[in-house]
Design a protein around this ligand. Sequence first.
Ligand code: ZN
Length: 303
Amino acid sequence: MALNDGLTLMHEHMSIALSPEDVGTEAFDLQCRDLEDAYRYGVRNVVDLTNQTMGRSPEHVRRLTEATGMNIIMCTGYYFEELIDPAVMDRTPEDIAEEAVRELTEGIADSGMKAGIIGEIAWSLDGPYEKELKTWEGMCIAARRTGAAVSTHSSRGIQQIPQAEYLKARGIPPEKIVIGHSDFCKDDERLKKLFRTGVFVGLDMIGKDYGEGDEFRADRVRKIKEWGFLDRLLLSMDICRTKDLRSAGGYGYAHLFEKFIPMLERRGITEGEIELMLKNNPEKVFESKRISVSSAISNSILP
Ligand SMILES: [Zn+2]
């Protein structure tokens, strides 16, 4: 899946149905205005990490794309244990993989829309549980077969390294792995160790006032620069609630450009480094690349 020439938000949601406040098809007009805002700041690609267990809507995404000109990349995957149909336990990882491969190569049902990435695949806070592991196995097969990137939801800053190791042990190249929500990781050594695995890391909740907030996030970017890992950092906002759209009175995608980037600049982050995180790094994640069949596949159960 090729990106359009411009900036990319790597972790967003065009529709989501996990809480009554979540954004959905009824917010179409508001979302169009926010996507047009993002477009004015140079964003040309938005990754919609809503998978089939979270309220994915190919028809809604197609309409948003047509109305705004934004390239919206859809995903395939499974979220938390309690959202996964128990019938998944009667299926084989191979069968689950075939469904994902179909969505990545042919299309999502008869919508005419394809998935471009595997995501937002999750482990519960005290997981992974059995349905999560079953679907992760399937997604690893699909990733190896198609070369698609895999993007994760990690909880509270503690699951990042086990997730990275799990995926690498199953033959997914580190440059095709995005470990999400590093915003919660306050432990410098652990974060450094995560970058050393070679994966991409998402600082993807910019604008949210829970967690540590944007000053902490901006300090993080400065530290990651000092450590020499900006070429593996991705920035996004994970906007999932209608009230957070600027057109609905919230902070919107514009917040990244009007508030957060100036915070980075005050910390000595250059224009080129901002382009690296918002343009070049996403391009690397989506670069098409054949995964060698001989990649060692470990059967060890991690973590
Ligand atoms: Zn998300």
